[in-house]
Design a binder for this molecule. Structure first.
Ligand code: IMP
Ligand code: MG
Length: 180
């Protein structure tokens, strides 16, 4: 993809992403052996991470997707979440692992976890590729984390700015002053 000037410093290289995704998959494969694992991908950002993660899993697994929109500005979420697409199937009694691209304030995930917990899964955990510890507003258990990144707006490997840059094979910071 050609650099249009918005792509700033690389935060996580493509090589580090692939290595860490394989490590996370090995951990998940160990922890969920003999379980009934269902991955829930949060559209659209988690698709890239989820597809790579799944390919490395050594255990039986199913996948489903949800799409949510949080009210608020483009770069700040409010915690008020609307479900745009719900799961295809019930999760009662399933071992559910939510796969997220990034946990920023945590408000979106907090809403999602409360919503899904109400459907009585056997277990409910989170696998987030990226977290921004400095921005966390709510206390959340993120059992699997790929990388901690600084408080910068990130793009690439699923992360978008106004729907663009998801296809970058690495994670970069948005160049300061860029609006896409
Ligand atoms: P939260 O509710 O503040 O945790 O925000 C969660 C959602 O905001 C993520 O799932 C992303 O869709 C989006 N988001 C948060 N930070 C970034 C970022 O740095 N780049 C792109 N999207 C982001
Ligand atoms: Mg997201």
């Amino acid at each position: 993809m050609s650099d249009d000037g918005a792509i700033g410093e690389v935060l996580v290289t493509a090589e580090d992403l692939q290595r860490r995704v394989a490590e996370l998959a090995a951990e998940v494969s160990r922890d969920y052996v003999d379980k009934d694992l269902l991955l829930i991908g949060v559209l659209k950002g988690a698709v890239f991470f989820l597809a790579d993660l799944m390919r490395h899993l050594a255990i039986p697994v199913e996948v489903d997707f949800m799409a949510v929109a949080s009210y608020g500005s483009a770069t700040r979420s409010s915690g008020v979440v609307r479900i745009l697409k719900d799961l295809d199937a019930a999760i009662e009694g399933r071992d559910v692992l939510i796969v997220e691209d990034i946990v920023d304030s945590g408000l979106t995930l907090q809403y999602l976890m409360r919503n899904l917990a109400g459907r009585n899964p056997a277990s409910l955990e989170v696998c987030a590729l990226l977290i921004k510890p400095e921005r966390r507003k709510v206390d959340l258990q993120t059992r699997y984390v790929g990388f901690e990144i600084p408080d910068r707006f990130a793009i690439g490997y699923g992360l978008d700015l106004a729907e663009r840059y998801r296809n970058l094979p690495y994670v970069a910071a948005l160049r300061p002053g860029s609006t896409g």
